[in-house]
Design a protein around this ligand. Sequence first.
Ligand code: NZQ
Ligand code: ZN
Length: 390
Amino acid sequence: MITDMDNFTLHMPTKVIFGRGTETGVGQEVRKHSGNILLHYGGGSIKRTGLYDRVVESLEKAGIKFAELGGVVPNPRLSMVRKGIELCRKEGIDFILAVGGGSVIDSSKAIAAGAPYEGDVWDFFTKKTVIKNPLKVGVILTISAAGSEMSPSMVITNEEGGRKLSARSDLSRPVFSILNPELTFTLPKKQIAYGSADMFAHIVERYFTNTKNVDVTDEMCEAVMRSIIRNSKKAVADPKDYDAQAELMWAGTVAHNGILGTGREEDWASHKIEHELSAAYDIAHGAGLAVIIPAWMKYVYKHDTARFARYGRNVFHVFEKDDEKAALMGIKETEKFFSSLGLETTLKGLGIGGSRFEEMSRLAAKPEPIGNFVSLDAGDIVKIYRLALG
Ligand code: NZQ
Ligand code: ZN
């Protein structure tokens, strides 16, 4: 049984460069690591916003040679990763500059892991082998969401088998991340909402733990969740609100860089349940989480009603003495929060029915049951999908 704070090692070597105009110094920053890089980006937002031109100008000024590869899609694909690996090998590239969101950063990390590896890059995701000497990755972030800008993980969809799997290594944390909140001003409101649900979920996955005596991280988690609730509403209302976007950008990074999980066992069942949804239906990760998190909460809260009551009181200011009632009110508030951002909180709302529940549950629980707060097998997961149906 887990009682006290776990021993831990925290190693976060990512240099964070935060604030207005910071992307113009990217050439100088890259120069410290490489003179021959891959510039990797998504479906075109960086060209529409003018960011691409500023990045290219800065790279050229610093005398950096670069090849480019655009077209990364949300739920980034393995075929793109393979293309990137080939290009890096052909051009003798040793550094990847990711300009975009979690999808571009994850694609970059996977290319970086795969380029020096003789086998198939998918081996890292099936856990056949571990990442050893990846190329370096630097980031200019354009959406506050996944937290990949400082995290050790990457999530890639293998379109051949319809699986979305993650790999992780501390060696895959970016060497630097440039975080300019102004770059998020052009985001559609939906994307701000998806991103906010994702960063909130990253804290939920850490907050619900069986580890006792972890006051520092309990209270840090609660504070950051409250800040996400406040500022996401402001940012959705006015995407050009610098203060709100700045808070969200830092919250998204802090939510997933590891610090809020120090000394405690983390859960991660909801993410695995969601990854099956986004693999099967190609929905946005944050859209899936806004549905799965409340359903997961309803399914597991009785495991530790007092913790859920504390969540209701400390995160949503629920004023209720009875633990059972406070717990249920906290879950209700979670749904209301997601709805207030314009997100659906049921699968029906997303246009998804129950035809693939059994298949997704089986895959989510493969090779073993998921979740540490409450361990869930395929039978449990199917019930959570049913609760999510609405
Ligand atoms: O492709 P472009 O044209 O750039 O458009 C993107 C994309 O359509 C658009 N966008 C981004 N910045 C913009 C912008 N549009 C206008 N202005 C801007 N400034 O937003 C869309 C979504 O981008 P994406 O990168 O997919 O979003 P996000 O950061 O939410 O990343 C989602 C991916 O990250 C994974 C998810 O599973 C999903 O595949 N995750 C990665 C994690 C990690 N590596 O640690 C952890 C997370 O739990 C998550 O699983
Ligand atoms: Zn996530």
